[in-house]
Design a binder for this molecule. Structure first.
Ligand code: NAG
Ligand code: NAG
Ligand code: NAG
Ligand code: NAG
Ligand code: NAG
Ligand code: NAG
Ligand code: NAG
Ligand code: NAG
Ligand code: NAG
Ligand code: NAG
Length: 416
């Protein structure tokens, strides 16, 4: 039966070859079907590009994902790279030369312009508040960027570049300007609720109302409560923003910020030079001979003895006092009262927003930032009628030995 044998062998070989062929076709077809079904939304695979170019469909840029690792395995040679470059008509140049796209590295992956941005802005064009206002606006904007899936960025150049004193910690918020050119953009001025966005955030779909690729916002608003009420965002809030306002602020701030080496060094030097226990007081006077253009008077020199008598109890117990104030008069009088027990940074007192035009304003900025960092490290903290020391208390993260000095009275307070 040699003929039958040969015949059977031929059939077997034919079947095997067909099986291999069919499997091969299915293997390659899968991503296309998946795409047509709309199941694969928003993700980029190298194989998509190849098939798009074959089917002559317009190219839709996608984000890269871990699945690109798979693609690399399937396309171990240089062919994919070539077809990728050819299919997209990418300018054959590196990221620096390209416009609205960034070719990350040869052929592997491509990050395209679908990325949207939310940029916190504080420059000299208009007011953006004192440091406490800015901190509140920064964390608000950071959370808003997260729930709206926008890349968060910070431009703070008033009175000088923030990066001199604070640098990105766990997220990079320094966005190179060239990433933003030629993108659609819109500006929101929400200082002191001018744009009323804080109220709207409990209802609107932010990206529908502000659909531009880049949204620049100037704000000192508190957005967290509104976002928690918004059906669209309530479930999207990152875990760190789900608890109290103070915890959200503290955790959000730490994810964003760490002191620059320069500021950290000044802080370390100061802290090692002061004995403990350390009792700290922030005395915000508002308009005074030191800051004549401040918007309101917030304290009265004649109330100062109330604070001093409160501090006396600790001084008698061996504590040292740290004073942060916006008034040279308060500083001088308190130094005279407590002598060697009293410590301050000796820094230039200045309002970082209202006096940003002064020469050496950057120094004043630093001394405010240093003051606040020190306030976060005290055994006892007396705050003022001021977001500056409220945020210091939030960062300190405890209601233990926390007080507020306002209208000539000192009361124990809790952070909420
Ligand atoms: C950037 O895009 C503009 C048109 O939007 C084009 O004229 C220009 O050549 C592009 N530049 C580069 C480097 O691709
Ligand atoms: C932005 O677009 C303009 C014209 O559309 C172009 O001349 C310019 O080179 C682009 N800028 C950058 C940085 O690509
Ligand atoms: C990128 O730039 C090219 C040419 O400048 C333009 O045709 C294309 O629409 C731009 N893509 C996006 C997403 O802006
Ligand atoms: C977030 O934006 C990226 C593009 O920047 C996109 O690929 C991704 O699908 C978006 N995620 C959501 C949940 O919208
Ligand atoms: C939002 O925050 C979460 C948790 O910190 C993070 O994993 C995620 O990447 C953030 N999303 C955006 C768009 O920044
Ligand atoms: C601020 O500093 C950062 C980091 O050094 C830099 O990338 C950015 O361009 C600076 N901004 C301005 C406006 O100079
Ligand atoms: C948001 O957009 C919707 C639909 O375009 C519009 O009706 C509404 O007035 C907008 N709201 C705000 C606050 O801009
Ligand atoms: C400060 O307190 C004194 C004495 O109580 C009072 O006479 C004065 O009007 C107060 N000044 C201000 C600006 O409130
Ligand atoms: C001062 O020390 C005494 C004795 O240790 C203690 O009872 C008291 O509570 C302390 N007072 C303050 C204000 O810490
Ligand atoms: C504070 O003391 C310094 C140095 O003694 C003095 O130059 C300054 O005028 C005083 N300022 C006020 C407001 O008392």
């Amino acid at each position: 039966m040699p003929r039958l044998r040969r015949y059977l062998l031929a059939v077997t070989v034919a079947c095997t070859l067909s099986y291999i062929l069919i499997t091969w076709i299915r293997f390659w077809e899968a991503p296309v079907k998946k795409k047509l079904n709309g199941a694969d939304t928003g993700r980029f695979m190298a194989s998509d590009i190849v098939f798009q170019s074959l089917s002559n469909k317009p190219y839709v840029p996608r984000e890269r994902t871990d699945r690109d690792e798979d693609s690399k395995r399937r396309f171990p040679d240089g062919k994919m790279r070539k077809s990728l470059v050819k299919a997209q008509n990418f300018p054959d140049q590196d990221a620096l030369g390209s416009n609205n796209s960034t070719v990350t590295n040869l052929g592997n992956l491509v990050k395209m312009s679908q990325q949207k941005y939310l940029i916190y802005v504080c420059d000299s064009v208009r007011s953006c508040g004192g440091w406490g206002d800015r901190q509140r606006g920064l964390v608000s904007t950071f959370v808003l960027a997260n729930v709206t899936n926008r890349t968060f960025g910070i431009v703070m150049t008033k009175p000088c570049n923030l990066t001199t004193f604070y640098v990105p910690n766990e997220v990079n918020w320094v966005i190179p300007p060239r990433d933003l050119v030629n993108k659609s953009s819109v500006r929101i001025d929400d200082m002191d609720s001018r744009s009323q966005i804080t109220g709207k955030l409990s209802k609107i779909d932010f990206n529908s109302n502000y659909s531009a690729d880049v949204v620049y916002i100037r704000t000192n608003g508190e957005f967290i409560l509104g976002l928690k009420r918004n059906k669209l965002y309530a479930n999207k809030l990152p875990a760190w923003s789900s608890k109290s306002l103070s915890e959200t602020f503290r955790r959000g701030w730490r994810i964003m910020m760490k002191p620059s080496e320069h500021l950290q060094e000044h802080l370390d030097n100061f802290m090692t030079s002061i004995p403990r226990p350390l009792v700290c007081a922030h005395v915000r006077m508002g308009r005074s001979s030191t800051i004549k253009m401040d918007s309101e008077v917030r304290g009265n020199i004649s109330d100062l003895p109330v604070l001093w008598e409160f501090l006396d109890r600790y001084v008698k117990n061996g504590s040292h006092i740290f004073l942060a104030t916006d008034s040279n008069e308060v500083r001088n009088l308190t130094r005279a009262r407590f002598q060697t027990r009293l410590h301050d940074t000796g820094g230039r007192i200045m309002h970082v927003d209202k006096q940003a035009f002064l020469p050496r304003a950057c120094e004043g900025f630093e001394s405010a930032l240093l003051d606040q960092l020190i306030l976060t490290k005290c055994d006892v903290l007396v705050t003022s009628k001021s977001i500056f020391s409220q945020r210091a208390a939030y960062l300190r993260g405890s209601s233990e030995n926390l007080f507020r000095f306002v209208s000539g009275k000192i009361s124990k307070i809790q952070i909420g």
